[in-house]
Structures are given as C-alpha cells and as structure tokens.
Design a protein around this ligand. Structure first.
Ligand code: RIB
Length: 311
C-alpha cells in the first residue's frame, strides 16, 4: 500500500492562454486605459494549481483540454520545459484553447475576462478509465469551476466513492447543484466568492463567522478556507474561525495567488498536515506568488518558500 503522501494529487481543470496588460488603473465600463506593458503567460485556474503542486515537488496527475492551435502548442512547450506531466492534456482538433484577458494595476490587483472555449467543451464522457484510475489512487482530488458542472460533479463523485478527499476551488463562483454539498470536503474560495455564497460582504476573518451557520460545517462534513488578499486567510470548521494572518510582501501581480494558495493547501493536506497548518503553509506559498508578473511565473518552488517550522 502506497502511503498517502506518495500518492499523486489529482487535478482536473482548466488551461488558459493569458494575455496580460499592465495598466495605470483598472478600466471602468466604457473607459479606455492605455497599457504600459503587454505579456503572454500560460495559466488557467486548474493548470496554475497543478503547476504550483508540481513546483512544491508533490506527485501530480493533471487532466485538461486545449485546442489544436498555436496557443495550445505553446502551453505544451512551456510545461515540458519544466518536466510537468502533460500526458493527461487532451489536444482537441477544431477546438480553441481558452484565452484570458487580464489587466493588472500597479498595486497588483487585477481584472480578468475569459474566453472559456476548450475548457467548457469538456464532455463528461472524457472522464475515461485512465482519469478514473488517477482519481481513485489520488491522495486528494482538486477541481475548480472553469469546466462544466457535470464534469466537476462526476470527478467529485468518483473520488467520494473511492474514499478520496475532495477539494473544490469554487472559482469563478456560480450557483451549484445541491449535490455538491455532499461531495466536497474542502471548499477554497476568495473573499468575493465567499460573499457571493453567503450573500454578504466579506473582507476579514471575522466576517467569515457567517459560514458557521452552514449545516455541513456545523456537522463537521466540510471545511471552508477563505483567502482574504493581503489580509491572509480564514479556516472555518465546526470549532469556529481560525485566522491565518497575511504576510507582507512587495506585491507585483496577484493573478494566480488563489491558485497558488489552493495548490499549496492541497499539498499540505496530502502531506498529512491538519487544515490550519495546511492553510499557513498555503499562505506562505501564495505570498511568494504575487512578487512576480504573471500568474504562473510567480508560483514558487518549495526551496523559495520562507523557512518555517511547518516546512
Ligand atoms: O486564477 C488566475 C487564472 O484565472 C488566470 O491564469 C486566468 O487564466 C483565469 O483563468
């Protein structure tokens, strides 16, 4: 029997080719804002999370889709250059690799529009036997919401049936079928997504106490981790809210910080940390991720993370 922390973390999710403009301020509706810089990066919440896991030296199985176009070709080239496992990436003739249009302001905050293309064309029948086996033998299965609900739900159910812990980064937020409540063990959301779920403004760890009324949390069936930008994060479980204080860094670009956190959290749980320690670890990982331009560029290696007793 393979010990839990040697089993791969299985991520099924989105791949996006990001077009990034650095602007003086984020545009308002109808406003034209000149850009001082333009770069392209590969990203997508699923792939960013998977790359973060890979850079933390954890074993990984990743499944996603790209089009048979030059964006997809570049995605594969970049991933192969860092020995990322690309065998689960399907190249689909006639489909378009997803595109992200990202504006980044001087304080690192961003605004993202997405052409979801190949990610949202993921068909539930593409969760084949190989993917099923990877889910069953994973230490934890991690998904996001840049692929269709039925794909996410099927993967969660296969994991649940196999007794494998499940993590959902519910981003971008959308109303989900009730069935998700029994399928997700760890919910990872940012303050906006948490506010959309709870129907109120969330800015601080204290605000997250609103989640304490959520029955699956009261019953100990779910743990919610809410990222709060430079304020850190909060872990909400049956015992209450634990604040994970933010770490001060020179933020250049917050794109992918939530993905870095989610990837770090998955690694922490896979390595046997309790959720609060896993969130502290993820917080350190994510704080490093914002110090470079480009979501994926900033995702740190394990050796780059500040030394701490948890590491
Ligand atoms: O979370 C950041 C990611 O979200 C970007 O890479 C962009 O592609 C969007 O999907």
């Amino acid at each position: 029997m393979v010990s839990n922390n040697h089993r791969p973390i299985c991520v099924i999710g989105s791949i996006v080719y990001d077009l990034v403009m650095t602007v003086e301020h984020l545009p308002s509706v109808g406003e034209t804002v000149p850009a001082s810089g333009f770069n392209t990066f590969i990203g997508g919440k699923g792939l960013n999370q998977a790359v973060q896991i890979h850079r933390l030296d954890a074993p990984l199985a990743f499944y996603g889709r790209i089009g048979n176009d030059h964006y997809g070709t570049e995605v594969l080239e970049v991933l192969r250059s860092e020995a990322f496992p690309t065998n689960g990436i399907k190249i689909v003739d006639g489909d378009h690799t997803a595109i992200g249009m990202i504006y980044v302001a001087p304080d690192g905050r961003n605004l993202i529009g997405g052409f979801r293309a190949a990610n949202m064309n993921y068909h539930v029948d593409e969760i084949d036997q190989i993917t099923h086996e990877a889910i069953k033998s994973a230490s934890i299965v991690s998904l996001q919401l840049e692929t269709p609900d039925d794909v996410v739900e099927k993967c969660l159910r296969l994991a649940k049936d196999a007794g494998v812990p499940t993590l959902l980064n519910a981003a971008p937020w959308r109303d989900l079928p009730d069935s998700f409540q029994e399928l997700v063990d760890y919910w990872c959301v940012n303050e906006i997504e948490c506010g959309q779920f709870a129907n109120c403004d969330i800015k601080t760890a204290d605000d997250c106490t609103v989640l304490k009324d959520h029955k699956p949390i009261i019953d100990g069936e779910q743990i919610w981790v809410v990222t709060l930008g430079d304020r850190g994060a909060a872990v909400v479980d049956a015992s209450g809210v634990t604040e994970i204080p933010g770490i001060k860094v020179n933020a250049i670009d917050s794109t992918g910080a939530g993905d870095s956190f989610t990837g770090g959290f998955a690694v922490g749980i896979a390595e046997g940390m309790n959720p609060v320690d896993a969130a502290h670890f993820a917080n350190r990982v994510a704080s490093q991720s914002v110090t470079k331009l480009g979501g994926m560029t900033g995702l740190p290696k394990r050796t780059e993370i500040l030394v701490s007793k948890i590491l």
